[in-house]
Design a protein around this ligand. Sequence first.
Ligand SMILES: Cc1cc2nc3c(=O)[nH]c(=O)nc-3n(C[C@H](O)[C@H](O)[C@H](O)COP(=O)(O)OP(=O)(O)OC[C@H]3O[C@@H](n4cnc5c(N)ncnc54)[C@H](O)[C@@H]3O)c2cc1C
Length: 416
Amino acid sequence: MTSVARNWAGNLTFQPRHIGCPRNLEELVELVERSEHCRVLGTGHSFNAIADCDDTLISLHDMPTAVSIDSGRATITGMVRYGDLAIRLHQAGWAVENLGSLPHISVAGACATATHGSGDAHGVLTTAIASITFVDGTGRVVCFDRAHPDFAGAGVHLGALGVVSELVLELVPTFEVRQWVYEGVPFTEVAQHFDEITSSGYSVSLFTTWDPPVMRQVWVKERVDGDQPPAPGRRWGGSLADGPRNPVPGMPAQNCTPQQGQPGPWHERLPHFRLDFTPSAGEELQTEYFVPRPLALDAMKALARIGKRIASVVQISEIRTVKGDDFWLSPAYQRDSVALHFTWIADEAAVLPVVAEVEEVLRPFEPRPHWGKIFTMPAAELRARYPRFDDFVALTERYDPQRKFVNAFLAPLLLR
Ligand SMILES: Cc1cc2nc3c(=O)[nH]c(=O)nc-3n(C[C@H](O)[C@H](O)[C@H](O)COP(=O)(O)OP(=O)(O)OC[C@H]3O[C@@H](n4cnc5c(N)ncnc54)[C@H](O)[C@@H]3O)c2cc1C
């Protein structure tokens, strides 16, 4: 197992008693059965200790990696990364509906935390799952498809139900995308034209540092369906960028997927960052909050009021839209949402007080934090944000009666 000692961002050091690297399903079952506590580490791209474990940290790197495609569905094993999956899918004429900003993450790890991209019509990445198979806390191999009564509880599972060994994903036919970047779109225009902006492409992201009150960049990712005119030179008070851009100030544009309307496969345009380059800033911390879409503009205005404070420690903020879904622990559970994301500087002591201020300002807008990023919200408040939280706890008690998968991060949420 490589780089288990730290997560991708380097802000966490994992210190498990054992590292378990099963080579097949039988070894995985045996490992779970004999572990007192265990957690799986995916590609380690979470910023908080959700994957951590003081006993057995499981890596699936030595398990066979498989992708098979049949009848519009892909069956994949537990350690497949989106970047590798996407290449296989595209070659076979298929795609997944959406991707996050980077292709480097594992599908199982991303779906476990409700990782998302952007788009009014697209839910979190978990919504592509047609069935999920995992080794539960008793060593049983269980499989839920969409018709199973526990499916909605098990989709966004935080790694608390067991080890996902296989996923079946619903596919769509492959498609091409082109992206345009607009610069300097004032908040006043965003406030007036928010719905028009977010529906202007298949996937749209707005980037700001909150002070000054302007979107430094608006990325519009359009599906290419036949002949389409080029994007207008000016829109919403901003102008089309005259070259490729990186949304993170100071980072090179070459790390990013092609822009300026150059069409290409979905998987080389939907993520902002290229698989073979450093995603985002590299040295950073991240937080993100989902607010209900009808409250989003007021939430953004509230953030702008503490814009100077945010700007003092933020590298960039990204605003994305996410369609509501039915996964009990999805931050978009039964709410069409706007996700307000912050890429902070890599200085926890400076950043955490601002995170707490952001949460204070957002509290009236019922924010739900991203499960894989940093937040300070107390467990009781977090639980109260999810109408089915108690049902999820009951589910974890059923599939993990000895509470093997409860770590220090989850204990305040799941133990009662
Ligand atoms: C640069 C960067 C950009 C990002 N961009 C986005 C973005 O655009 N959108 C977004 O929503 N998030 C984003 N994230 C956050 C990231 O997508 C999530 O933290 C995601 O969960 C990371 O996946 P991973 O494979 O690294 O999982 P890990 O961080 O390794 O694990 C996450 C959770 O999944 C569990 N898990 C992993 N694999 C399994 C398995 N096989 N079985 C059971 N449980 C498992 C772990 O135990 C843990 O609880 C970004 C992160 C980084 C570092």
